[in-house]
Design a protein around this ligand. Structure first.
Ligand code: NIG
Length: 381
């Protein structure tokens, strides 16, 4: 059945040939976009939805979340707002709560957050393991994530579990843990940071993951300057995420690579880190993605619109650049061609705003502007 969505006042396609259209329409057939163009030239369809001049864009692609978890870290957040610094050690609190939770609780928690994101326009979402840190708990997290999320990343190297020896734990991650989990994930990631894994340990994990055929991502340069970005570029990672502390050499390395710089402004704000240098990265020619980093510790939000508004209001991006980073940028970080773009053959992931233009995302920050969402051609409730 073909559905004609028409009366689109401003349509962001992210397609180089189509660009941004005014008074536009889309035809959706099954899970895919069948046609995009001026409303006046739209073909007939079985059903017609008139969005009456509202703006539409591809659904958000949230390429960095940690949503397989249990428990709550409100107290840690309150302490941080009172001046305590954020440290990787807080992860252990969520590890304990996650290990203690049953499968049903973890699944329900993940589904609740993914549904919350979808209601705000997120139609493609990556999530990670990393709050299990034993073979059994990481396998369980990966299995639960794969039931719900579009993309799953193995993050056994999130933290050395309390009481464990770092080198022995890295041996386990590179050996039995990867063997057990590799079949149910597409990506592997490592937290390369003081207090988590050093450069040599991180590289060991990434090389082992690559031998299992996994794509690579790195948490890098989050809490201070460090080797994460250079390591990510060296191993050919699809993305390096956080990037709050970048040297000129880091920016240059990213600009000369295929590694996407995934920026997480909600996390920067919540952990009182400097906002990542989005403008410098774009000006240098790097590919930038925006993502929420939704997790109970450093960034407890599923709102991509908040990230877009912050990128415009505080990081020097234009609305067009920020929206592109939160859609096509995320798709590039996940090496996906079918999402983050609206053109014939793309997945029919459409986000209609209750506003005449995408500019309202930054002009009216904090206002819930999502009006309707379709994911793979199906309306999101
Ligand atoms: O991306 N940096 C490491 N991991 C998460 C934090 C997770 C937590 O604090 O629970 C992040 O910020």
């Amino acid at each position: 059945m073909a559905v004609l969505i028409t009366g689109i006042g401003e349509l962001t396609t992210n397609d180089d040939a189509l660009g941004t259209l005014h008074d536009a329409a889309i035809v959706v057939e099954g899970p895919e976009v069948a046609w995009v163009g001026p409303a006046a030239a739209a073909p007939d369809a079985d059903e017609r939805v008139d969005v009456e001049g509202r703006a539409a864009l591809p659904g958000w692609v949230d390429s960095h979340t940690h949503l397989v978890f249990a428990g709550d870290r409100t107290a840690e957040f309150e302490a941080r707002m009172a001046g305590q610094p954020y440290s990787a050690g807080g992860i252990a609190v969520t590890v304990a709560a996650t290990r203690a939770a049953g499968d049903a609780e973890l699944t329900a928690n993940l589904r609740r957050h993914v549904a919350e994101a979808a209601r705000q326009g997120t139609t493609c979402l990556e999530t990670k393991t990393g709050y299990g840190l034993t073979v059994a708990d990481e396998v369980r997290s990966a299995r639960i994530a794969a039931e719900v999320a579009d993309e799953v990343t193995f993050l056994g190297a999130h933290l050395v579990p309390p009481g464990a020896d770092a080198e022995s734990y890295v041996d386990l991650v590179c050996g039995g843990m990867l063997d057990a989990v590799a079949g149910s994930v597409r990506w592997a990631d490592v937290f390369c940071e003081t207090g988590a894994f050093d450069e040599a340990q991180s590289e060991r994990v990434l090389r082992a993951a690559a031998r299992h055929g996994l794509g690579l991502r790195v948490h890098g340069n989050q809490l201070g300057p460090g080797p994460g970005v250079r390591l990510a570029v060296r191993v050919g990672a699809a993305s390096v995420d956080h990037c709050s502390h970048l040297s000129d050499a880091d920016v240059e390395a990213l600009a000369g690579s295929n590694t996407v710089a995934t920026l997480l402004p909600a996390c920067d704000l919540s952990t009182r880190q400097p906002l990542a240098p989005a403008r410098r990265l774009l000006d240098a020619g790097a590919t930038v993605a925006l993502a929420t980093n939704a997790n109970p510790g450093s960034s407890y939000t599923t709102s991509m619109s908040f990230c877009v508004a912050t990128a415009v209001l505080q990081m020097g991006l234009s609305v067009e650049e920020a929206v592109r980073a939160a859609t096509l940028g995320g798709a590039r970080a996940l090496r996906r061609e079918d999402v983050g773009v609206l053109r014939p053959g793309a997945r029919a992931d459409l986000h209609v705003l209750d506003a005449p233009s995408r500019t309202h995302l930054a002009y009216r920050p904090g206002v819930p502007l999502t009006w309707r969402v379709w994911r793979a051609g199906t309306p999101v409730a």
